[in-house]
Design a protein around this ligand. Structure first.
Ligand SMILES: Cc1cc2nc3c(=O)[nH]c(=O)nc-3n(C[C@H](O)[C@H](O)[C@H](O)COP(=O)(O)OP(=O)(O)OC[C@H]3O[C@@H](n4cnc5c(N)ncnc54)[C@H](O)[C@@H]3O)c2cc1C
Length: 366
């Protein structure tokens, strides 16, 4: 079977569903595929999102925030107000963080439904296999696509098939759910005994918490670390999911021929905290609009790369620099203890919440 589509979006996560929604809304003929048979399942995420206002402060040039956010109240599991970071020796540093938690499976389904409502065709259980020019081979047939959006996550088989230069550093991470009430503070824990080179988290969801950790030593088994972390906090969980977080900043190339990369596939993640959901949505919107402009008006696809770099590039690069700086002290608990004490709560907030760039001043009153 060979079908023709204007735009084939590979991956129905936040990046792909948002790209599909905006391209379809503009009138493009869009097919959105995902290898998962059930969109959003299994969940491999901390499920924490910054608020619209926090996004606007941390990414002042990000377009489309008022269209993409706030998250629909029905999807919110818990409002989050602050982060408490604990040093290897148990010293706590508390700073504000305005956001919420969601059930990531319901959230991803909601974004995919929004794309379908705007006219995109969603085909789950369809795996991307090969790219030969405009010919895309999937597990469910062959498609001829004028534009392909690679929204297929950190390993991105599409980017690899397109020959895109990426060089992304991927940090292994693992997550599970634990029952209980955990208030409105995200708790994060540093120390090489807990999460070597990274941190562990307890993120409240109302009635339960998302518990997990990310590390930077490939080859270290994640399950024993997570079991030990759960036990030391008196928590129990049944199943766990492991994945990767791109932590080296955005990819050096995100447009090659008729292929655009977005979201984790493009390294669109805040490297200093590992958050990428809202960044994937903002960049997904830009990718979808750029693809539609190309298809309907002949505008060059290269505009997409210029647009996202202008809107988000400075902040994403700054977060990657902050992460590299953090890595120097994350190697040793002694250095980490000193660094956290030197930074204090305000410095940690700048590094982790504001991309290492400082908290923007509130606008002056007239
Ligand atoms: C353990 C962990 C915890 C995290 N916690 C947070 C958090 O709390 N907050 C936050 O903002 N970010 C978090 N992140 C990062 C966040 O999950 C990603 O940045 C975000 O999901 C990126 O969205 P995306 O659409 O680019 O990719 P994904 O959400 O990964 O979506 C990619 C989609 O592509 C599909 N796909 C892959 N290969 C193929 C193929 N060959 N054919 C068809 N489909 C394919 C996948 O099935 C998937 O549905 C976490 C990541 C991990 C691993």
């Amino acid at each position: 079977m060979q079908n023709r589509v204007d735009l084939l979006v590979v991956g129905a996560g936040p990046a792909g569903s948002t790209a599909a929604r905006y391209a379809a809304e503009q009138g493009a003929d869009v097919l959105l595929i995902d290898k998962k048979t059930e969109i959003g399942v299994p969940v491999c995420c901390g499920e924490l999102l910054p608020s619209r206002d926090l996004m606007a402060s941390a990414f002042p040039n990000a377009p489309g925030l008022d269209e993409l956010f706030p998250i629909e109240p029905a999807l919110v599991r818990r409002r989050i107000r602050r982060i408490i970071a604990t040093s290897p020796r148990g010293r706590g540093y508390e700073f504000p963080m305005d956001g919420c938690t969601v059930d990531r499976d319901a959230f991803d389904r909601h974004l995919a439904d929004a794309a379908v409502c705007r006219g995109a065709v969603l085909q789950a259980g369809t795996k991307f296999l090969r790219l030969d020019g405009r010919r895309v081979t999937t597990s469910q047939g062959v498609y001829e696509a004028d534009v392909v959006i690679a929204a297929d996550g950190p390993l991105s088989p599409v980017c690899r098939a397109a020959g895109m230069a990426r060089h992304l550093k991927l940090a292994p991470a693992v997550t599970c759910q634990a029952a209980g009430e955990f208030g409105d503070a995200v708790r994060i824990f540093f120390g090489n005994g807990v999460a070597p080179g990274g941190y562990a988290w307890i993120i409240p969801k109302g009635g339960r918490a998302n518990v997990g950790l990310g590390i930077q030593s490939p080859g270290t088994p994640l399950r024993p670390l997570l079991d030990a972390f759960l036990a030391s906090n008196g928590l129990a969980a049944d199943s766990m999911q492991a994945g990767f977080v791109p932590v080296s900043g955005p990819a050096c190339e995100t447009v090659r021929g008729h292929v655009l990369a977005v979201g984790d596939a493009a390294g669109h993640v805040v490297a200093s905290n590992g958050g990428g959901i809202t960044i994937a949505m903002v960049c997904g919107r830009m990718a979808g609009l750029a693809a539609a402009r190309h298809l309907l008006r002949g505008d060059p696809l290269a505009a997409y790369e210029r647009e996202w770099r202008t809107a988000m590039g400075r902040e994403l690069e700054s977060a990657a620099r902050a992460k590299r700086w953090m890595d120097l002290s994350l190697r040793s608990d002694f250095l980490l203890e000193q660094a956290m004490s030197m930074l204090g709560a305000g410095g940690l907030e700048r590094l982790m919440v504001y991309n290492g760039m400082g908290r923007p001043r509130p606008p002056a009153r007239a």
